[in-house]
Each structure stands twice: as C-alpha cells, then as structure tokens.
Write a protein that binds this ligand. Structure first.
Ligand code: ZN
Length: 364
C-alpha cells in the first residue's frame, strides 16, 4: 500500500481513472444520460483546484478488452448489440443503441477494471473508476441505460483471475442493482448490499427485502429499500445498523462500491433526500469499512440526473473516500424533507424488517 507524505502526514492517494473517450457513452439528445457529464465533472473538479491536490491523482484509463466482457456476458449477446447498433435498435425502452455504443461501454468497463488493477497491484488502498456502476445489465440483456455490467465484470475478474472468495459489493445507487444481484444471486462469494429507493416507487421495480439470494447464495443478497425522501440521518442509520455489522462478520477481501449522485434530493429521476454531505458520507463509509476490514476497494461513479448537481455530487463522494475536508455548497436549495424525522422513523421500520429477515443468516 503506497502512501505519500503531505504536510508532515502520511496520507492515502486516491487514483481516479478517467478517459476523454468516456463522453462517447451518450444516448443522444433528450436522453437523461448524456456523455457530457464526464467532461462537466472534470471541468468542475479542475475549477475547484482538486486536481492539484497530491492526494487525488487523475490517471488516464484504457478501454477493456472483448475478453474482459466475456467474464460476464455471452458472445451472442455482444453480437446482438453490435448488430443492433447498425440498425439503431434499442435494448429496452430507455436504452437505445447507436453505432459505437459497445465501444463506448468498453471505455466505462476499462476505467472500472483499471481502478481494480490499480488497487490489486498495491498502488493505493482505494481507486475510482469514472463512469462505472452499470448495474442494470444482465449476462444476456441490458436496460436502464446499461449495456454491459462493469460492477459484475470487476467481481468476476476477482473471482476468476484472483481467486477471491469474499467480495463485498455495496451498491448505493438510487436504483436497485438488479443485474448485479441476479448475476451473484446463488453464490456466497459475493455479498451484495444494496441501498436504494423503495422499488414500489422506482425503476427497476425489484429489490425488496425478501429477495435474499438462492441456494448457497441465500442470505448474501441484502436489500435495503429506502423510503421516498430517505435522507442523510436515514442513511447513517443504515451504515451503523446494517453495513458495518455485515462487514465485521463477512470480512471482505475487497469492497466495490458503485453509485453516483442520483440519491441527491434534486435528482430528476429519483425521489430520495440525500444532500451533498450525505454523498460525501457514502464515500467516507466506503473508506471506513475498507480500513476497518483491512481490505481495499474501488468506487464506481457514473449515475446522476441533475446535470447542475452531478459534478458536485461526484466530487463529494470522492472527497469522502479520500478523507479531504473541502467545503462544497449545495448548488440548489435543499427541501425540508432532508431533516424530516418521520422519514427516519420509516427507515427504522425498514431496518427492523431487514434484520428480522436476515437474522437467519447473520448475527445482527
Ligand atoms: Zn441509478
């Protein structure tokens, strides 16, 4: 593990994998997922002067290989994408194809895998893959703006190439990571913890508490459906009541966190109540559980559907992970729900149900 001496202190350096080619991951005019998000983030990050901090290091990422995709996806599916691109077909209602989309997705997967290899090689305890978190893609289908699943590819890379047996995926995206969950639903080698908006109120409509895994994987799929307007105190409770105890018991070798700024209260596609500070806590809790378990981890950041807030939201997560105290102001005035105690009470009820359901598998 490499650390750097800054101002008399040894600090962890966070590698941030980025490529200008990420902007090609773009679903076109009028779609909520445009490629400009990546350049917008970098511009803001640089304007804030954060690229000059020695604790944060932007590193040029390279696209993944076709073989990397085959860790999760089958060849027939990848051929369907290639043919679909030529005819401008859609994988699903919200995921249109256009020429070059698979190549664009390979830049996203590349950034995630570059981050993974960076930490495996011992360059740093944490790294960030910009663009990652394509958790709605299944081995042979896509949707929810996801063509291929970089989160699952990283976990399969660890299992198949590194022999990892205890991988934790902490999915903090506002939407349930249905693709990732399904891929690892029957294995105890991947503990999937997902904190997402109640699926009765949001895409993809799955991710209920009772979905606990199957066969040997029973108990290794932990869903925490947050109430609408789930706010910072609610998330803090999830970390202390569920995430930290599970980490202590599971003892992960590595922790993959995915999710961008879509839990923010201003997001246009979701209805959660997380502030910039709450996003910063998401980064911080990732760092804390990595440190407490003596593992390492990667943070995959790509979602967010309020373009004004997105660069600040992504930056907040990175600052939390890197443990950098840098003030960021909310670009949009927060609504009253971010301090609503009734939301916290609803969250407590959800957590009681999560604990009841999972007490068969874990010693809560
Ligand atoms: Zn999302």
């Amino acid at each position: 593990m490499k650390v750097t001496l800054i101002g008399g202190y040894w600090v962890n350096v966070v590698g941030i994998m980025y490529s200008e080619d990420l902007i090609t991951y773009d679903f076109g005019e009028g779609h909520p997922f445009r490629g400009k998000r990546f350049s917008d983030f970098l511009i803001t990050f640089q304007q804030l002067g954060l690229d000059e901090l020695p604790q944060l290091k932007i590193i040029q990422s390279r696209p993944c290989s076709f073989e990397d995709l085959l860790l999760v996806h089958n060849e027939e599916y990848l051929e369907i994408i290639k043919q679909g691109e030529k005819r401008y077909e859609s994988l699903s209602l919200d995921t249109p194809l256009r020429p070059g989309m698979l190549e664009a997705a390979m830049n996203v997967v590349g950034a995630s895998l570059n981050a993974l290899r960076y930490v495996i090689e011992g360059n740093a305890p944490f790294a960030v893959g910009m663009g990652g978190g394509m958790h709605h893609a299944f081995p042979n289908s896509g949707g929810g703006f996801c063509i291929v699943n970089d989160v699952a590819i990283c976990a399969e890379y660890l299992r198949k190439k590194q022999g990892s047996k205890r991988i934790l995926i902490l999915d903090t995206d506002a939407h349930y990571g249905d693709g990732t969950a399904k891929i690892f639903y029957e294995t105890p080698e991947v503990l999937f913890i997902s904190i997402h908006q109640n699926p009765a109120t949001l895409y993809p409509g799955t991710g209920y508490i009772r979905e606990v895994g199957r066969g040997e994987g029973e108990g290794y799929n932990v869903n925490i459906p947050m109430p609408v307007y789930g706010n910072d105190p609610s998330y803090d409770l999830v970390y202390s009541e569920i995430v930290v105890p599970l980490v202590e018991e599971f003892k992960p070798e590595i922790i993959i966190r995915n999710g961008g700024s879509d839990p923010h209260f201003s997001d246009k596609l979701t209805d959660l109540g997380v502030s910039l500070n709450g996003l910063r806590r998401m980064g911080a809790i990732h760092r804390e559980i990595i440190q407490s378990s003596g593992s390492h981890g990667i943070s995959l950041i790509g979602s967010g559907y309020n373009p004004i807030v997105l660069p600040y939201g992504w930056t907040s997560i990175i600052l939390g992970l890197a443990d950098i105290n840098f003030p960021l102001e909310e670009p949009i005035q927060p609504p009253s729900c971010i301090n609503d105690k009734a939301i916290l009470a609803q969250t407590k009820k959800v957590l009681e149900e999560v604990k009841d359901t999972h007490s068969a598998y874990w010693s809560f």
